[in-house]
Design a binder for this molecule. Sequence first.
Ligand SMILES: [Zn+2]
Length: 85
Amino acid sequence: MANCKLSHRYDTIFQNLPESQKFYDKTERHKCAGCAYEQGYNHAKSKMPRNIDLDVLDKSQAGEVRHKDPTIAYNLGYDAGLRPE
Ligand SMILES: [Zn+2]
């Protein structure tokens, strides 16, 4: 599993995300919320169903996305992808 090195780890849109509680003590807790957001955005743009694929997400321990809930980030991204450009 790769560690996310992308700048979205420091994106302030993730500041207000709740801390991930339901994945407490599991590896999903450390999934990169920024990567989850981009996955949701790309799924919406590709007209794919809203269904997060945690297995392919990089993990992150850094920046604003640390311990943020990846499913909420995914839904944020999906909603953003549904909006017209
Ligand atoms: Zn990332």
